[in-house]
Ligand binder design. Structure first.
Ligand code: ZN
Length: 164
């Protein structure tokens, strides 16, 4: 069976930065990554590049930002009143570069503190891989048809997938 729309693919992958070769994410030493194909679970380029691949096949590809996590968006830089971070400041851990998670109505939103002023703090809500080209080496471990339930939910169930 090949990876196509409405199959569930399990893959081992290593993602590296093309220039430095530095690994930013890998399934090595973990369970393979399992995803429902064609439902937006993965970045677009990853889905496209893996279409048609069979079990045992290995593929290597480099994605430009628009097919990965998108370009950086300057509108995703927010100014937040410093008083919101009083607790962290008291503990002495409010620093440029730390990652925090905001509880938004639509769910948790991670951000990075990029600037600390007298009264305002700049929070960058861009994905940390936004604006970057990414190289992937991927090996297909398993491909199966998705269940009706998985298709309805828009994600894979079972080992390596989504649990309820
Ligand atoms: Zn589900």
């Amino acid at each position: 069976m090949k990876i196509e729309q409405d199959t569930v693919a399990s893959v081992h992958y290593t993602g590296t930065h093309p220039d430095s070769g530095e690994v930013f994410d890998s399934s090595e030493g973990r369970d393979p990554l399992t995803y429902l194909v064609g439902h937006g679970q993965m970045i677009p380029g990853f889905e496209e590049e893996m279409l048609g691949a069979e079990v045992g096949e290995r593929r290597e590809f480099t994605l430009e930002p628009e097919r990965a996590y998108g370009e950086r968006d300057e509108n995703a830089l927010l100014q937040i009143e410093k008083s919101n971070f009083d607790e962290l400041e008291k503990e002495g851990v409010l620093e440029v570069g730390i990652q925090l998670v905001a509880q938004m109505p639509q769910g948790p939103a991670p951000f990075i503190i990029t600037e600390i002023g007298e009264e305002m703090v700049t929070a960058d809500f861009n994905h940390e891989l936004a604006g970057k080209s990414l190289h992937f080496s991927v090996e297909v471990v398993e491909v199966r048809a998705a269940t009706e339930e998985e298709k309805a939910h828009g994600h894979a169930h079972g080992p390596g997938g989504h649990h309820h």
